[in-house]
Ligand binder design. Structure first.
Ligand code: UDP
Length: 261
């Protein structure tokens, strides 16, 4: 299977065609963006860490029966994924209130929610990904009732699994964003989990100190983003405890792998 032309470039990833019409390559860039693209920079090595962390989480989710687009990781920055038609909704799942919701609703930062809260945002950068209700999704045919019901069931299982996985390594899963897509095979269409799950798309706080181990380090200018993402990868057992991964090391690893191809 060969890599073909670029099909789509987003803020953090690029999608390339392959010689198999059902599969594409997802490339993880080092670009970091926040506040609807108003703040941006390049953080060397971020894409490599997100590729590994997302692979780890999605393959674990496959093992508990959550269908997703990951086929396999190809190298330090790329994975083969199933081509899906992305449902144009960002599904935000919250266990603890922080970020946009506390400003929007005047809730105290860090309030633990009685139950996970699912919010829907329309995927539209020009409109600033506005929050919408399930009624909007149905009114404008962004997804069907059956699809939304199926997605909600998957989300609650994903959340339970991820809370436990992170709790086991001393991390609180505060909130995260998921995307789903329609995968067409054998004349049937099914909704599967797509995109990525990484510290770019989750809020992860150390269980004891509440230290932020996610993209808020960039959003809030806290610095040390690569050490925080590396800490997440090490705790999940993706990187060895003794390996001291700096941005430079991650980049070196990436180029060694490329040269080997
Ligand atoms: N999120 C994301 N992409 C987005 C918006 C949000 O991955 O375009 C994630 C974000 O990292 C956080 C959760 O969704 O884990 C909730 O984000 P929030 O609505 O608080 O938005 P933000 O504070 O990023 O504006």
């Amino acid at each position: 299977m060969k890599k073909g032309k670029k099909l789509y470039e987003g803020k953090a990833k690029i999608i390339y065609a392959t010689t198999d019409k059902d599969l594409v390559i997802q490339y993880f860039k080092d670009d970091a963006t926040a506040f609807n693209n108003q703040k941006k920079t390049i953080i060397e090595g971020k894409g490599v860490l997100n590729n590994r962390i997302s692979e780890h989480i999605l393959s674990n989710l496959s093992q508990i029966g959550i269908k997703n687009h990951l086929v396999k990781r190809l190298n330090m920055r790329e994975q083969i994924i199933k081509l899906v038609e992305i449902i144009p909704i960002e599904f935000v799942v919250r266990n603890v209130a922080t970020g946009s919701i506390i400003k929007r609703l005047g809730i105290e930062d860090g309030t633990v929610l009685k139950e996970p809260l699912i919010e829907y945002c329309l995927k539209d950068d020009e409109l600033g990904d506005p929050i919408i209700s399930e009624e909007h999704i149905l009114a404008f045919d962004w997804a069907s009732k059956e699809e939304i019901d199926e997605v909600k069931k998957m989300i609650l299982r994903i959340n339970d699994f991820m809370i436990g996985m992170f709790r086991g390594v001393g991390i609180k899963l505060i909130d995260f964003k998921l995307e789903f897509g329609r995968y067409k095979a054998n004349g049937k269409s099914e909704v599967i989990l797509a995109d990525e799950i990484s510290p770019d798309t989750c809020r992860l706080w150390d269980s004891i100190t509440d230290k932020k181990l996610d993209k808020d380090r960039f959003r809030k200018d806290l610095g040390e983003l690569i050490p925080a993402y590396t800490e997440v990868a090490k705790r999940l057992g993706i990187l060895h405890e003794q390996s001291n991964v700096s941005a430079v090391n991650v980049t070196k690893l990436s180029s060694v792998k490329k040269n080997r191809k």
